[in-house]
Design a protein around this ligand. Structure first.
Ligand code: APR
Length: 240
C-alpha cells in the first residue's frame, strides 16, 4: 500500500547530486578526475580556506561558474522539469548541486541546499545578490562596500539551507528518489534512511550503487540521461 501524504506536503521528494550534471560536462567530485581529485577541498570549500586565501577560492568558483554557464541541461534535467510541470507542488526537487541546470531545463522550484553559483553574499553584512561571472577578493559589497564578498555556497562545516522544509517533506512523502549522488556527504546522505523510517518508498538512480545503496528499497543504475527519463515516464504512467 503506497503511503498517503497529507494534502499540503509533497508526495514525491527528489534529491539530485553531481551525477545528474555529469553528462552536461560538469565534473563530479569523487569520480575519477573529479573536482576533489584536482583541488584540496580544505583550500577551496571551507571557511578556513576562504579566510586563508580568498583569491584562490574566488578563482575556483569563477571557473565553476564559467563551466556551468557553458554547459547545457541534459535529458535528466529536462525530464525532472517535465515531471514538475505535471506534478506541481506534489513534488519537491532538492539539489546538492550549485549549478543552475535544473532551472535552465525549466524547473521552477529548486531547493539548493548547498547554495548556488549564481548567488553571492557579503561576509560582513550578509547582503545577498546575483553573483557576477567573475568575483575577486577586493570586490566591494554592493551594499556596505566592505571587500568581503563570497560565493553564496555552503562550505564544509557550514549549515546546509532549507533543512526544516526538507525534513518536513521527508517525514510525509510517499516516495524519495536520490539521483546522481555518492551518498558520502551528510545530511543529504541520510535523507533516504529518514524517509524510509517514515514509511516512504525509496529509489536510488545512479551510475552504480552508492555508499548508502542499502538505504533504498529500489535501485535503477545507468547514465542519468537515460535512466531518469525512463523513470519519470513510468512514475507518471502509474499515476494515470
Ligand atoms: N549518471 C548518473 N550518475 C552518475 C553519472 C551519470 N552520468 N556520473 C557519475 N554519477 C554518479 C557517481 O557514480 C557518484 O555516485 O554521481 C555520483 C557523484 O558523486 P559525488 O561526486 O560525490 O557528488 P555528490 O554526491 O553530489 O557530492 C555531494 O559533496 O563535495 C560536496 O557539496 C559537494 O554537493 C556536493 C556533495
Amino acid at each position: 500500500m503506497i503511503k498517503q501524504s497529507p494534502r499540503d506536503t509533497p508526495e514525491l521528494v527528489i534529491l539530485t547530486g553531481a551525477g545528474v550534471s555529469a553528462e552536461s560536462g560538469l565534473g563530479t567530485f569523487r569520480d575519477k578526475g573529479g573536482l576533489w581529485t584536482k583541488y584540496d577541498l580544505e583550500d577551496v570549500a571551507t571557511p578556513e580556506g576562504f579566510a586563508a586565501d580568498p583569491g584562490k577560492v574566488h578563482e575556483f568558483y569563477n571557473a565553476r561558474r564559467k563551466n556551468a554557464a557553458e554547459a547545457a541541461p541534459n535529458a535528466a534535467h529536462k525530464a525532472l522539469a517535465e515531471l514538475e510541470a505535471r506534478l506541481g507542488p506534489r513534488m519537491m526537487l532538492v539539489t546538492q548541486n550549485v549549478d543552475d541546470l535544473h532551472e535552465r531545463a525549466g524547473s521552477k522550484s529548486v531547493w539548493h541546499m548547498h547554495g548556488a553559483l549564481r548567488r553571492a553574499r557579503c561576509a560582513a553584512c550578509d547582503h545577498r545578490f546575483d553573483a557576477p561571472l567573475e568575483m575577486r577578493a577586493d570586490d566591494p559589497c554592493p551594499s556596505c562596500e566592505a571587500p568581503a564578498t563570497r560565493p553564496d555556497i555552503v562550505w564544509f562545516g557550514e549549515m546546509p539551507i532549507f533543512m526544516e522544509e526538507i525534513y518536513a517533506a521527508l517525514s510525509h512523502c510517499a516516495m524519495f528518489v536520490a539521483i546522481g549522488t555518492s551518498g558520502t556527504v551528510y545530511p543529504a546522505a541520510g535523507f533516504a534512511a529518514e524517509a524510509r523510517a517514515f514509511g516512504a518508498e525509496t529509489l536510488e538512480i545512479n551510475l552504480e550503487p552508492s555508499e548508502t545503496a542499502s538505504d533504498f528499497t529500489q535501485g535503477h543504475y545507468g547514465p542519468a540521461s537515460e535512466v531518469v527519463p525512463a523513470w519519470t515516464e513510468s512514475y507518471l504512467a502509474q499515476l494515470e
